[in-house]
Design a protein around this ligand. Structure first.
Ligand code: BES
Ligand code: MN
Ligand code: ZN
Length: 508
């Protein structure tokens, strides 16, 4: 879907549908909605079709509520889609994103090819036009996302070709344009991450993911290095190599770098994403029920991929490095096994208790590798533990661990700005006690209890030491999928983390 920004009056815009909005409790619509209503009011009538619906209680303006008005030739557009924004005092940009998504999806499902919308939240919403336009465009593109790569017949319900963002005030059009472009970059990056997660694991192997990264980097102007198995051996990445041993699809390690002129030598922000393209559990095999969801065990990697794509396209001024360890965790005659002791890139030895605690092994090597960049700060994103899902819930929030209060606060601000929720969890030393091994320096599992804390503390071990850095760990295990299409979420991969990481790099 193309995004077009246009100066004009929404009620005069030529499109298959136009979108306006209403705050809950408003009885006499103003602004663009009022102008549409006035144009639809029959001569001599006390009110127009929207006022009538409000009066009858048929439309109240609750968040994401929709009513469709057919204009019968009174306007160039045959349909008016009115979307509720909820109560004015509860309005946020995230609500603008949701409302936009719901309205644009309504137009799409009606079979519209072109839809025109106002920027939600710019007028009485109280937000700057730039922010309102960005949120509206993000909502439109995120909400109308579909994944159809493996469908053999084209779904012709989905033929939305363009979305026109209409701004009446000529002085605000440049601002709307800037916001729309930014929203477009960010939303396309989230959708790219969603597509990688949705793609089946037989197609998205570590090598295939690395190829996608190489193509993307070329397109947007990032530098990209892909380490293959021999390179991983040369770097002594014992964690990544051990996990990869059971698969015929060999591991990869992708390094993406955004090094803008003037900051190319600066200490970078480093993002690390867990890229397990499929997690069977290995020899410590998982139960069969719902195992297919473990194709999403590379959601952290996809978040880093998407964020790096957006950061390059936005032309952010700071240096950012993305590290993506990629591996498939399979049971096999060559697979690593419980009882094995492996030597990590850092030299630390790890006793394998469970081959299903594989994420921390590949992340540990990446977090150690990060030290060579002398990072300003690091954040890793990983679908690391079922225990985090038990603690915080599915589709609720990511767990946040950090070794630095200022950096934790930055991550929390980015989470609030993006609407991607995180909840801080503690790094108590007690968790460290539970992963001491009798046979090596560490063991990779502390058992069922304290599952999320011990996994974070395991990672913390590889961050500490002389060349340590401010670090945050996001456990996004509960945030892989949306179970239903709602607001700007579409059933399937969520693309969680892209917007948070971009906000972080923007220094929000
Ligand atoms: N990828 C899983 C974690 C996961 C589980 C993500 C459910 C999303 C939904 C991870 O590799 C894993 O298997 N973790 C184990 C660790 C345990 C063996 C210490 C877990 O959480 O059970
Ligand atoms: Mn696992
Ligand atoms: Zn895993």
């Amino acid at each position: 879907m193309r995004i077009i920004v246009q100066q004009g009056a929404i009620q005069q815009t030529v499109a298959d549908a136009i979108v306006v909005n209403l705050f809950e409790g408003v009885t006499a619509p103003g602004g663009a909605t009022g102008a549409v209503e006035a144009a639809l009011r029959p001569p001599g009538a006390a009110q127009g079709p929207l006022g009538q619906r409000i009066q009858l209680g048929d439309f109240t303006g609750k968040l994401n509520e929709i009513t469709i008005i057919y204009t019968a030739g009174a306007l160039p557009a045959a349909r008016v889609i009115v979307v509720g924004l909820g109560k004015a005092e509860e309005f946020t940009l995230d609500r603008a994103r949701q409302a936009s998504a719901t309205a644009i999806r309504t137009a799409r499902d009606l079979g519209c090819r072109t839809v025109a919308t106002i920027a939600h939240g710019g007028g009485i919403g109280g937000f700057a036009m730039r922010e309102a336009a960005q949120a509206t465009v993000e909502g439109a593109l995120l909400g109308s996302y579909t994944f159809q790569e493996q469908k053999t017949s084209a779904n012709n319900r989905h033929r939305l070709e363009s979305c026109i963002l209409v701004e009446y005030d000529a002085r605000k059009v440049a601002e709307a344009e800037a916001g729309a472009r930014e929203g477009e970059i960010v939303a396309r990056a989230v959708n790219a991450a969603r597509t990688l997660v949705n793609r089946p694991p037989n197609l998205l192997t570590p090598a295939a993911f690395a190829e996608e990264a190489r193509d993307m980097a070329q397109r947007v102007g990032l530098s990209c290095t892909v380490l293959e198995e021999a390179d991983l051996a040369a770097h002594q990445m014992g964690g990544l190599l051990a996990v990869g041993k059971g698969s015929v699809n060999p591991p990869r390690f992708v390094v993406l770098e955004h090094a803008p002129a003037g900051a190319a030598e600066a200490r970078p922000l480093v993002f690390v994403g867990k890229g397990v393209t499929f997690d069977t559990g290995g020899i410590s095999i998982k139960p069969a029920d719902n195992m297919q969801s473990m194709k999403a065990d590379m959601s952290g990697a996809a978040a880093v991929f998407g964020a790096m794509q957006a950061i390059a396209q936005l032309g952010l001024t700071q240096r950012v490095v993305g590290l993506i360890p990629l591996v498939e965790n399979m049971p096999d005659g060559r697979a690593f096994r419980p009882g094995d002791v492996i030597t990590m890139m850092s030299g630390t030895t790890v006793e394998v208790i469970s081959t299903d605690a594989e994420g921390r092994l590949i992340l540990a090597d990446a977090l150690h590798f990060a030290k060579r960049y002398r990072p300003r700060a690091v954040v890793d994103v990983a679908t690391l533990t079922g225990a985090c899902v038990v603690a915080l819930g599915e589709e609720v929030a990511a767990g946040l661990f950090a070794n630095d209060e200022a950096w934790a606060a930055c991550v929390q601000r980015a989470a609030e700005a993006s609407g991607e929720r995180v909840w801080r969890l503690p790094l108590y030393e007690d968790y460290g006690d539970k992963i001491r091994s009798d046979y090596a320096d560490l063991k990779n599992s502390g058992g069922r209890n304290s599952g999320v804390g011990t996994s974070a503390y395991f990672l913390y071990h590889f961050v500490r030491g002389a060349d340590s850095y401010p670090w945050a760990h996001l456990d996004i295990a509960g945030m892989m999928f949306s179970s239903e299409t709602k607001g700007y979420h579409v059933k399937g991969a969520r693309g969680f983390g892209v917007r948070l990481l971009v906000a972080l790099a923007q220094g929000v």
